[in-house]
Design a protein around this ligand. Structure first.
Ligand code: SF4
Length: 412
């Protein structure tokens, strides 16, 4: 990987786009009275690179922490009174004009757009940034951020690679303590185990509701589109969790009354976009061509845990949950289990095929595709591999590939 030297911050100004303004208490989300209104608002929020929800939250002096994908224990951030927010790059809204000078060409888009957001002051509302060591790109971004934004606290979170050693959970617990020390430096409250236990319970509630939403999509895929499911989940990485939980309860009630408009679509598993996110147009397209996405890796939203019991030592319980998670997504080092894992997912979702949707130049996702394909080939399960970039605009070729894939299964 090539990372060129950054000699100093060149801070640009916000571009011509008029930033979305939200109330301090984010009441716009409580007022959205239907899934359609909610997803319309979510779309505006997601496409606005100036983080309108974070600006609203921090206006009264409250602090927010940007968490690069995938494995930041956001419960810790919440427990010290700061708002954890997932950083998913600039998406289709950000023109790269500064970051190209600092990063080499053959890198994923999220690295460049995240840096561009920093260089153009859009990340100013954040007090701190956490970069889990999931790949070389994420590791180096932390170093660049610490030089570019000396006023902000940055932290690289080391994650264990050996999941069998008795020293693994103590190692990760110690890493979490290092993170807590940085969060305190960023203005967080001193760590108190009882507050972390409460935060873990709150995140459990959010996870349970997200699991219910994804179950609905799996069992009654005509009830909501992938785009709706995605946008509702995406808010969960931007809003205070208390607000998101209320919103998920309203969605559940509305979905209970919505008809399951079944179409003649094939059931598909979508694998790969756990870090960089495809454009909303591409997410729309996948279902337009005749797929029902019945399980996906879009936005992990802490889905690698099921439920965490805080226990007597919630910090250690949080670390143990990461180590013992049965969910194998890219960047967790357990290559021997990957093949089995995808076959189990296909079976659980009763999927007829798999679409690998991987970010261009994302090595962890591409390495996994090799392991997954071997397992699928053995079982004769059809798959399609597509690559995407954040700023793609034309999908003619992609549409053709998707249509061919769908037809090959429908008319098999
Ligand atoms: S998209 Fe892939 S390569 Fe890029 S930061 Fe994420 S995991 Fe690393």
């Amino acid at each position: 990987m090539t990372l060129l030297a950054v000699t100093g911050p060149e801070v640009g100004s916000l571009d011509a786009m008029v930033p979305l303004e939200l109330s301090d208490d984010l009441r716009e989300f409580a007022r959205a009275s239907s899934i359609e209104e909610l997803t319309k608002l979510a779309r505006e929020v997601v496409l606005d690179p100036s983080y309108p929800t974070v600006r609203a939250w921090t206006r009264g002096g409250r602090g927010a922490v940007g968490c690069f994908p995938v494995y930041t224990p956001q419960e810790l951030v919440h427990a010290v009174g700061l708002l954890p927010v997932s950083l998913h790059g600039g998406g289709e809204s950000v023109e790269i004009s500064h970051a190209d000078a600092a990063l080499g060409s053959f890198l994923c888009s999220i690295s460049k757009s995240t840096l561009e957001l920093a260089l153009t002051a859009r990340l100013a509302p954040f007090r701190a940034f956490v970069f889990p060591y999931i790949c070389d790109v994420s590791r180096n971004l932390e170093g660049i951020f610490s030089r570019l934004l000396p006023g902000a606290v940055t932290h690289m979170l080391h994650l264990p690679q050996n999941f069998q050693s008795p020293a693994t959970v103590p190692f990760l617990t110690a890493e979490y303590r290092r993170l807590l020390a940085k969060l305190e430096k960023a203005g967080g409250d001193p760590y108190r185990p009882e507050r972390l236990a409460a935060s873990i319970e709150l995140f459990n509630q959010q996870r349970a509701r997200i699991a219910e939403l994804t179950r609905t999509k799996r069992n009654e895929p005509g009830k909501l589109t992938l785009t709706e499911s995605y946008l509702i989940r995406r808010l969960g990485a931007l809003l205070p969790r208390e607000v998101h939980i209320q919103l998920l309860d309203r969605v559940r009630t509305e979905l209970g009354e919505r008809p399951n408009r079944a179409k003649d679509s094939i059931r598909v598993l979508l694998i790969g976009p756990f870090c960089e996110q495809p454009t909303l147009d591409l997410i729309d397209l996948v279902e337009q061509v005749g797929c029902y996405i019945v399980d996906d890796e879009l936005l992990q939203l802490h889905r690698w845990y099921d439920r965490i019991e805080p226990g007597d030592d919630p910090l250690s319980s949080l670390a143990a949950a990461y180590v013992e998670s049965p969910v194998d997504i890219g960047v967790r080092a357990a290559p021997s289990r990957k093949g089995e894992a995808i076959l189990r997912r296909v079976e659980a979702a009763q999927a007829q095929g798999v679409i690998f949707l991987t970010a261009k130049f994302c090595e962890p996702a591409l390495e996994d595709v090799v392991l997954y394909r071997k397992a699928l080939d053995r079982q004769g399960i059809p798959y399609l591999h597509l690559e995407f970039e954040e700023r793609s605009t034309s999908y003619e070729q992609t549409r053709l590939q998707l249509e061919t894939f769908v037809e090959s299964i429908l008319f098999d």
